[in-house]
Design a protein around this ligand. Sequence first.
Ligand SMILES: NC(=O)c1ccc[n+]([C@@H]2O[C@H](COP(=O)([O-])OP(=O)(O)OC[C@H]3O[C@@H](n4cnc5c(N)ncnc54)[C@H](O)[C@@H]3O)[C@@H](O)[C@H]2O)c1
Ligand SMILES: O=C(O)C[C@H](O)C(=O)O
Ligand SMILES: [Mg+2]
Length: 570
Amino acid sequence: MWRLAGSAASNLRRARPFSTCIPGPCIVHKRGADILHDPWFNKDTGFPLTERDRLGLRGLLPPRVISFEQQYVRFMESYHSLEKNTRGQPEGFVSLAKWRILNRLHDRNETLYYRVLIDNIEDFAPIIYTPTVGLVCQNYSGLFRRPRGMYFSAKDKGEMMSMIYNWPAHQVDMIVLTDGSRILGLGDLGVQGIGIPIGKLDMYVAAAGINPQRILPVMLDVGTNNQKLLEDRLYLGLRQPRLEGEEYLSIVDEFMEAVHTRWPKAIVQFEDFQMKWAFETLQRYRKRFCMFNDDIQGTAGVALAGLLGTVRTQGRPLADFANQKIVVVGAGSAGLGVLNMAVQAVKRMAGADANPQFFLLDKDGLITKARRVIDPAAAPFAKAPAEIEKLGLMEGANLIEVVKKVKPHVLLGLSGVGGVFNEEVLKAMRESDSTKPAIFAMSNPTMNAECAAVDAFKHAGENIVFASGSPFKNVDLGMVSVLTWIGLGTLLSGARLISDGMLQAASECIRDITAEVGAAVIRAAVAEELAEGHGDIGPRELRQMSEEETVEHVKHNMWFPVYSPLVHEK
Ligand SMILES: NC(=O)c1ccc[n+]([C@@H]2O[C@H](COP(=O)([O-])OP(=O)(O)OC[C@H]3O[C@@H](n4cnc5c(N)ncnc54)[C@H](O)[C@@H]3O)[C@@H](O)[C@H]2O)c1
Ligand SMILES: O=C(O)C[C@H](O)C(=O)O
Ligand SMILES: [Mg+2]
């Protein structure tokens, strides 16, 4: 996820009046108080009298029926009074208070929760997702009240196939899975990382219209190497060091088998795995299951869309992307994912022999072939010493040297280190060979961003294109998420796996309307003959749909929160 200067957020807010949606009935297998305690079905005081009679709710609620719209207004009033009452308090305290009030609603009444989320996505996304979600994960054991999602631990070995059937929903379409080993730029947070799958899936529901009854956040707890957590008496995860090697992989294997036995077409998004396991698991499961790694592939889709957009804002033809000089700071899952996709794009545009002008740095500086030990995933991007010597650079050159000598069109940070784009580096970007240089400080959460928006504009100049992973205060930011659209398109195409072409399709035709991007991913899946259909729509029907019909199809399948009449069935 990232934010672009400008505004696309209003398009996510599909403002609909409360009264025009006439939803179909929803079957519920419980009655009475059990319904009131189930956030999927609960309408609080919104149950009409007839429904109270039918479902055994009469007498369990105060007599007056409050409409959905009134409930919405009431919630927003309490939210605004919380904002007023906490004014002047420390930022973290206020953010957590806001998260708590939203989380309580989430636990009580999902329909109302998602409605307020959709209508106020700009205000609420930074609370349910980055940056506040980072703080929530850091404090998760203390904040824990009610469970959400599923937890599979190293102690569950041999049991996962039966455990997966404990999940109450019959159908699951989207799973976000983490092992908590690299939560945003905050490091190993063990079981507390569950906040990330929860927050990401909420964004899927709000931005892409995925049905919240068909999502599943999952934590794979294989221990933690975070000493502070291991010593914390409140810590809710396994108190043991992380499993490694085959032991680790056998846990992930068992989970993947279990999940795909119960829901063969569920999409599993791997999120915030440390680099070695991010690449290894992607390699291991990519061809067998419908899965992707968000930090490698999703970030790449988003960043490439931004990089191509930057070429456009410079008033140049898209093919000029092949000549852009890009400095990537951070050679982890995200940085390497972006470079992989950017190289593919250059080769498509300029031919297989093209030599992209990409420079990669990690904590030890510029990566060249002269380095003694290079991670195999980074090796293809290591510069030949002869090539960089011409620029007056050498192995391990630091960031400021690289920026001064290369004069890049784009400076892209995925290092997880707050402030590495310091004043000197930003000022050096004024000498960029581009008339409109781009600075992407994509690390999360806000305090880990390579620089703040305000500093980028102050030191590098007003003409830059700036993008960040987390929102910055006092900067007009819209929010764009390609990841959610890739997921939606994959789901509705019924593709067996997620190909680079499908990811590419999402990033190259980024539009400001969710359905259009979702539809593009469907078309890419159809073109690559990966689409097997979803629900009532088979692959033939998908093939025969025109572009407009595909967009309509996506729109039609997007979930929107309204109270459905509940019908009890034993
Ligand atoms: N905005 C987004 O869409 C998005 C998506 C994915 C990841 N991220 C963020 O990117 C960051 C990195 O994620 P990752 O999965 O690649 O992590 P990672 O741990 O796999 O990689 C981090 C890389 O940064 C390098 N690094 C560390 N200190 C450095 C320094 N001082 N200078 C240069 N490089 C340095 C490391 O050597 C390593 O190569 C995290 O903060 C994460 O939140 C953002
Ligand atoms: O995609 C995002 O919003 C965040 C990203 O996955 C991250 O790890 O920082
Ligand atoms: Mg991530």
